[in-house]
Ligand binder design. Structure first.
Ligand SMILES: Cc1cc2nc3c(=O)[nH]c(=O)nc-3n(C[C@H](O)[C@H](O)[C@H](O)COP(=O)(O)O)c2cc1C
Length: 157
């Protein structure tokens, strides 16, 4: 089964999860980046990110290569911003023409995954969601996260 892991990560948590999943499943990995990446402090990032969610923005992504038809399973991951998947993943979904695929989802958060997975799923109507997972402070709780990721990956084999 050919698998891709596509993710966005601002602070490294989703990146850790994605790398781990990749190593379990020998998947291709695509890290989404923005055309304009800017260093912001904690509060600056919050205003910027929450603003994008509230105004339903789709930030521009740096160019990438991805062809959904090459994959049997696509795993998508994003941080939770204001109860929602971070907008860069919305940009990707709106561009990538993903339909009729098996999909697994993960989100990373700091304690409140909220409705993020439900919202993630609505972006992917027309696909089969076969698994979902959420990770709280994955970098801080690395041992616990690694075990949970191993279980998640196993469920996808
Ligand atoms: C703009 C912004 C909004 C956030 N909103 C939430 C939230 O609603 N709930 C929550 O638990 N964590 C929230 N967080 C924390 C992140 O979801 C959390 O730190 C996550 O692990 C970050 O993933 P990353 O390191 O891959 O960027 C927010 C962080 C940012 C920057």
């Amino acid at each position: 089964m050919k698998t891709a892991v596509v993710f966005y990560s601002l602070d490294g948590n989703c990146s850790l999860v994605a790398e781990e999943i990749k190593s379990h499943l020998k998947a291709d990995l695509l890290r989404l980046r923005l055309t304009k990446e800017k260093k912001r402090g904690f509060v600056g990032s919050l205003f910027w990110g929450v603003g994008m969610v509230l105004f339903n923005k789709k930030p521009k992504l740096a160019s990438y290569e991805f062809n959904a038809s090459n994959y049997d399973l696509i795993i998508l991951g994003a941080p939770v911003w204001a109860d929602s998947p971070a907008p860069p993943i919305n940009t990707f979904i709106s561009q990538a023409n993903i339909t009729g695929k098996k999909i697994a989802l993960f989100v990373c958060h700091a304690g409140g995954r909220g409705q993020s997975l439900e919202k993630f799923k609505t972006l992917l109507a027309g696909n089969e969601i076969i698994a979902e997972a959420d990770y709280k402070d994955a970098v801080k709780n690395i041992e616990e996260a690694k075990q949970k990721i191993a279980d998640f990956a196993k469920s996808l084999k």
